[in-house]
Ligand binder design. Structure first.
Ligand code: ZN
Ligand code: ZN
Length: 410
């Protein structure tokens, strides 16, 4: 693969994505297959002036062996040093930020006991809650960036010998990484446009939005009290900007956990813990999913919704136009990081505190009172359709067209 493009991608991921500051520690979590990319990122970070780059390698093939052969009670006993391995850096001089490099095989856990996988990931999320909250509340810069793995590429381009090369090209394309182009400048422009849209939505002071499309979707999403539309970039309390998900095309906010009503249809397959859920629909009553169905993976969807009481409610509503580069690529990436940026989506489970005014300084009870959902899971599912209409209803009862035929109406 083109070394120049790879270097540009690393520079973009580090300098625009996680944006480490002089004197900070950059934690990079990455699959063992990503060592070349990680070295490029580490060089970029040291060029910026970080204090130290700390790399945590992961091996998902080994994780599968462990998942299969280790007792559940051992796997769910997450040792405290794992949490400390993040907090020790976050609490140290200069603080820390994290770049998560992913290259997952979407079906790595295929055929394994879904409940076991679910309980192990829930235990891990619970054990890492303190660190997870730091990222959820944008107290540290964090960013997720993907690189191909052989298994992931084969899933997208089955039977093609150059699948991995093709996936690299697809990632470069949707991330605006081009020969001779200034990727950092291209992203600054994209960020400016997205910020203008979220500012417009915030100025409208919406009470709810209604999503409609010909596939049967008719969903009214009441918004949380004091909701704020976010998008493109996030900012830490110190004023450091970062892009949490690379690439990003969404403008999103907090639904009110008790004010969602109607039916919504999934429009793209959705990968949960390495297994596929396809052609699903869910029906809400006062925020709660009271009925659901999936043509494929229904049992898995049920398990996901039964993770905890909050998993049956939504914590995010995100708007993405049909013209997004990810949708235009025509590819299903089998990875939420990309696929969620192909279409409007909702997330089952946890809401982002930052999507209500002052939310990052609120207690859990205060957030719940505003309507921000609480759960151990946050799972984005794509519901946007090319013919989707979205109407906003303002606090004064006026209606405003937000999306027309799957595109921004302004
Ligand atoms: Zn989202
Ligand atoms: Zn999400």
């Amino acid at each position: 693969m083109d070394q120049e493009l790879l270097r540009q991608y690393a520079a973009f991921a580090v300098r625009v994505g996680v944006n480490p500051q002089h004197g900070q520690t950059l934690i990079i979590s990455a699959p063992i297959e990503g060592a070349d990319f990680v070295r490029l990122c580490a060089q970029e970070a040291y060029d910026v002036g970080v204090r130290e780059v700390v790399v945590k390698y992961d091996d998902e093939k080994l994780n599968r062996i462990r998942m299969e052969r280790t007792e559940l009670n051992v796997l769910t006993d997450v040792k405290p040093y794992i949490l400390r391995s993040y907090l020790d850096y976050a609490d140290s001089e200069g603080g820390a930020c994290i770049l998560n490099v992913i290259a997952s095989d979407p079906e790595i856990y295929k055929g394994l006991d879904a409940e076991k996988i679910n309980r192990v990931s829930a235990a891990r999320r619970e054990a890492l809650k303190q660190w997870r909250e730091k990222t959820l509340k944008d107290e540290v810069q964090w960013s997720i960036v993907a690189i191909p793995s052989a298994a992931w590429a084969a899933k997208i381009f089955p039977g093609q010998p150059d699948a991995e090369e093709k996936l690299w090209q697809a990632i470069f394309d949707v991330c605006r990484v081009k020969k001779g182009a200034d990727v950092v400048a291209a992203w600054k422009e994209h960020v400016t446009k997205t910020i203008a849209r979220k500012d417009r939505l915030n100025a409208l002071q919406l009470e709810s939005i209604r999503l409609q499309s010909n596939n049967g979707t008719d969903l009214t999403v009441g918004l949380a009290e004091g909701h704020v539309w976010e998008g493109a970039q996030s900012t830490t309390p110190n004023g450091y900007t970062f892009i949490a998900n690379i690439p990003t095309e969404e403008v999103f906010t907090a639904p009110h956990r008790e004010k969602v009503n109607g039916v919504v249809y999934g429009t793209k397959p959705y990968v949960y813990n390495g297994n596929l859920i396809e052609n699903f629909w869910v029906r809400f009553e006062n925020g709660l999913i009271v009925e659901h169905h999936a043509e494929k993976g229904e049992e898995l969807l049920t398990k996901l919704l039964d993770t905890d009481p909050g998993a049956r409610r939504i914590g995010e509503i995100a708007l993405v136009p049909a013209s997004s580069p990810i949708n235009q690529s025509g590819l299903l990436f089998y990875n939420t990081l990309f696929d969620e940026n192909a279409a409007c989506h909702i997330a089952f489970g946890q809401g982002y505190p930052g999507t209500v005014q002052g939310g990052n300084n609120m207690t859990q009870e205060e957030l719940l009172r505003c309507g921000v959902n609480e759960s151990l899971v946050h799972e984005d599912v794509m519901v946007g359709a090319p013919d989707m209409t979205i109407t906003g209803i303002t606090k004064n009862g006026e209606t405003v067209r937000i999306f027309e035929n799957g595109e921004w109406a302004f």
